[in-house]
Design a protein around this ligand. Structure first.
Ligand SMILES: [Zn+2]
Ligand SMILES: [Zn+2]
Length: 123
């Protein structure tokens, strides 16, 4: 078992140590830090001084992925819906409609346009 695994298994104990520390009874050689994971933003207790991610997010760069995803979500903020004009934050890159309702409405209008165009050719 690695130390990170140990901490993950013993979050309750670390939390207890952290409370002891708050009341001045902590272990000064191995202070517990209460961090907010930079990845999933969950509260995590650790004695490792440089850790910024919870155990889960330390695995296979999951944390870095979370950070990247949040950054790209931030970039997408205030996208204007092509149908209703509302601003929204799309869940995936390249989305232009705020909801599936708007997307369907726009799709239907496009189809109707195409159909009426075809009718025009026939006449
Ligand atoms: Zn995390
Ligand atoms: Zn819309």
């Amino acid at each position: 078992m690695t130390h990170a695994e140990y901490e993950y298994e013993n979050q309750e104990d670390l939390k207890y140590l952290w409370y002891l520390q708050l009341s001045g009874r902590g272990d000064e050689y191995a202070p517990v830090r209460r961090i907010k994971c930079k990845g999933c933003e969950r509260v995590y207790f650790t004695q490792v001084h440089c850790v910024k991610f919870c155990y889960h997010c330390q695995q296979g760069n999951v944390g870095a992925m979370y950070v990247k995803r949040r950054k790209s979500l931030k970039k997408r903020e205030n996208t204007v819906c092509k149908n209703c004009g509302n601003t929204f934050t799309p869940k995936r890159a390249g989305a232009v409609y705020c909801s599936s309702a708007c997307r369907q409405k726009a799709y239907r209008e496009r189809v109707t346009d195409e159909v009426s165009e075809q009718k025009g050719h026939l006449l």
